[in-house]
Design a protein around this ligand. Structure first.
Ligand code: NAD
Length: 355
């Protein structure tokens, strides 16, 4: 049976300081009473905290989620979920924890509650990227859309400054590509602009005062809007490049997005129609081009500007260009291997984007 198209509006979305403490009632609201809590290893304390809130509704905790959702880890989590008879999943963390919960849900149909601690936005989509043998593939299936999202500003307030900056730029990338997506609508454009505005204002504020919970909530609202765009429209060159780099070279997700975004925006902005669609992004920062504005914004936030500084070898660039141009995909500007290689060389050096 082909999957039903996802409908982001089906989600229950709540914002609030300390709202994670209501997790037991949220599980009960789904008609469930045996939750498996999923986190990354670094968040195992948070998993235990959730187990305390859930009390007798805890089926177990699994703190094995890692970046890019390797299928081997999914296999282990799946076995554990079955062994403890979990009837729902609580993913507390960034895209890695939420990705593992989606992967388990794909095989079991278990409903999920997502409690995001980064801005990656996976909680608002029915997309899942999985890695096997160094290749990252993505799928979309309405059955893996989390049923509930709890945005607790206290949880994102612990996100260190550099991660706040890169994770925020990861979210902004969904919105930027949403603005020129082939299947965009006035609604997704409005969501994208709302999300971009929230980060343009909110990121400098949370970097200045990381514990400013009102500013954090503003960025979380931005994360939801940008994630909802990602869930509703198709992405293009930027996401393709980041997936290629993540899958083939295990590059860190958010940092890679932060480095690539200005270059991908500039590449597409060379197409006059895209320049028009991205003009509001340039305008948001009082700049002439979106690519230049995003590069300057990243610099001001202290985000990494080059692939070199986040660990990609110069010798890897030709293979990265091969992987990223392997399967044809839609992009508003035609994609060539040479064009991609030139973009990657600029991004590797951390040059000002070409526009
Ligand atoms: P992540 O979940 O891997 O987290 C990165 C690190 O930060 C981890 O070690 C984690 O424990 C730690 N961390 C998370 N929140 C923290 C906090 N508040 N304070 C301190 N440390 C914290 O990183 P991510 O960028 O959120 O997610 C990346 C993954 O999500 C990738 O695999 C990516 O493909 C996927 N993703 C999927 C979608 C989708 O729609 N399917 C969207 C975005 C990202």
């Amino acid at each position: 049976m082909p999957p039903v198209p996802p409908d982001v509006n089906r989600q229950r979305v709540r914002f609030g300081t300390g709202i994670r403490r209501e997790i037991s009632a949220e599980v009960a609201g789904l008609g469930k009473n045996h939750a498996l809590v999923i986190t990354t290893p670094g968040k195992s304390r948070l998993a235990r905290e959730f187990a305390e809130y859930l009390g007798s509704k805890t089926a177990g905790t699994c703190s094995r989620a890692i970046m890019h959702t390797p299928v081997s880890v999914t296999g282990e989590a799946l076995e554990y979920a079955r062994s403890v008879n979990a009837d729902c999943l609580v993913a507390a963390g960034g895209g890695s924890a939420i990705g593992l919960a989606k992967a388990v849900a794909l095989h079991t149909g278990l409903p999920q509650i997502a409690v995001p601690t980064t801005y990656a936005g996976s909680e608002a989509t029915a997309n899942l990227g999985q890695t096997e043998n160094g290749v990252k593939t993505t799928l979309k299936d309405s059955r893996i859309l989390p049923r509930t999202i709890l945005y607790d500003s206290e949880l994102v307030a612990t996100l260190p400054g550099p991660m706040s900056a890169t994770s925020g730029m990861n979210a902004m990338a969904h919105a930027v590509e949403g603005l020129y997506a082939r299947d965009r609508s006035p609604e997704t454009t409005e969501l994208a602009l709302r999300g971009l505005r929230a980060f343009a204002e909110g990121l400098p504020a949370v970097l200045e005062t990381p514990r400013d919970l009102a500013a954090r909530e503003n960025t979380q609202r931005g994360a939801w809007a940008c994630g909802a765009v990602l869930g509703r429209v198709g992405m293009a060159l930027h996401h393709k490049l980041c997936h290629a780099l993540g899958g083939a070279f295990d590059m860190p997700h958010a940092q890679t997005h932060a480095v690539i975004l200005p270059h991908a925006a500039a590449y597409n902005e060379a197409e006059p129609e895209v320049a028009g669609l991205l003009a509001p992004v340039a305008g948001l920062f009082g700049a002439k081009t979106a690519g230049g504005a995003l590069h300057d914004f990243a610099r001001a936030l202290g985000a990494p500007l080059s692939l070199r500084e986040i660990g990609l070898g110069e010798d890897d660039l030709p293979r990265a260009a091969d992987v990223a141009s392997r399967n044809p995909y839609w992009n508003p500007r035609p994609v060539t291997r040479d064009g991609i290689l030139a973009l990657l060389e600029d991004a590797w050096e951390g040059r000002q984007p070409r526009n």
